[in-house]
Ligand binder design. Structure first.
Ligand SMILES: *Cc1c(COP(=O)(O)O)cnc(C)c1O
Length: 332
């Protein structure tokens, strides 16, 4: 059964590859069959999971006659970098309301790329974020700039729906059926979309979100209701209970964007066994979560485990990560 088709603009290189990870599997003892879905290769200004969401968000923006995009994120936001790229591609303005100290450092990593793509940047704090975002929208609206507001992480129901289609791409277009999907979860749109897609496509495998930020008790109900909203958009309404959304939050405790030894280990292991790059904030934590679960026997022997790579690699070149990671010489 094909999913109901929402309006879309083409921005991503799809389907993204699905690749085996034999040397990483062997490094874990060889009991599992590890694979990776390369959404770090979606192609828009270094790619990532937000590119899929933006295909649907920008179709909606165009339908509203938008002339500029406004969104928010951290100083090293992959979402803001991909939004700036999408705006440039479609000839729209772009205003980014970034959380962080404005003069922390010279622009590096994702923030450098936001600059290159011509985004206008305003600074805010975590506490004032929603208020400043709304104010920026109203100001732009009143000055006739026809803004379209993209929520944090692009995780509106329309944005999240992109990951129901992404699951269809994996299961139907690529005919690949993992027993378990593991991914880094933050605003929750990616996992909520996958959960909605699983419902519609009859996928019975586990979908495990590794929280990079908030506790499972917050994420599970939020993603369940977002998945319900996705189902509604896809003309197949249904209930999703918070218990149906699997989240592991053990790695989130040190705090958002804090790279610990666990993320460092995951970054080095993927790089040195497979030449695969994961990032310090999201996919390094997500892969560290996968390693933790694999080592604790959470997956039955022989399981086919897919790590859904959601991107984020430009942060490898941002401080403080760059200096910390640079200490690992070839002989370390
Ligand atoms: C945004 C992001 C995520 C999390 O996706 P959500 O849909 O916000 O949960 C994971 N990985 C990377 C690299 C991201 O940029």
């Amino acid at each position: 059964m094909a999913l109901f088709a929402l309006p879309r603009v083409h921005l991503a290189h799809l389907p993204t590859p699905v690749e085996p990870l034999p040397r990483l599997s062997a490094a874990l003892g060889g009991g599992l069959e590890l694979w990776v879905k390369r959404d770090d290769q979606t192609g828009l200004a270094l790619g990532g999971n937000k590119t899929r969401k933006l295909e649907y968000l920008l179709a909606e923006a165009q339908a509203h006659g938008a002339r500029m995009l406004i969104t928010t994120g951290a100083a090293q936001s992959n979402h803001c970098r991909q939004t700036a790229a999408a705006a440039a591609r479609l000839g729209l303005g772009c205003l980014l309301v970034l959380v962080g100290p404005p003069n922390a450092s010279e622009p590096d990593g994702n923030r450098l790329l936001m600059h290159l793509m011509g985004a206008e940047i305003r600074w805010t704090t975590r506490e004032r974020r929603d208020q400043d975002l709304r104010a920026a929208f109203e100001q732009a609206w009143e000055s006739g700039r026809r803004p379209y507001l993209i929520p944090y992480g692009g995780s509106s129901p329309v944005g999240a729906a992109a990951y129901a289609y992404a699951l269809e791409e994996l299961l139907v277009t690529q005919g690949f059926r993992p027993d378990v999907i593991v991914l880094a979860t933050s605003s929750g749109g990616t996992q909520a979309g996958l959960v909605a897609g699983a419902r519609l496509l009859g996928y019975k495998g586990r979908i495990v979100g590794i929280s990079v930020d908030e506790p499972a008790s917050v994420l599970r109900p939020r993603m369940a209701s977002l998945a319900e909203e996705v189902l509604e958009r896809l003309r197949a309404p249904g209930k999703v209970s918070p218990e149906a959304v699997e989240v592991v939050d053990d790695l989130a405790r040190p705090g958002y964007a804090v790279m610990t030894e666990r993320e460092e280990e995951a970054i080095l292991l993927a790089a040195r066994t497979e030449g695969l790059l994961v990032d310090p904030v999201y996919t390094g934590r997500g892969l560290a979560g996968l390693l933790m679960l694999a080592r604790s026997g959470a997956f039955p022997p022989g399981s086919r485990v897919l790590f859904w790579h959601t991107g984020g690699t430009p942060a490898l070149w941002a401080e403080p990560y760059r200096s910390r990671l640079g200490r690992h010489g070839a002989s370390s």
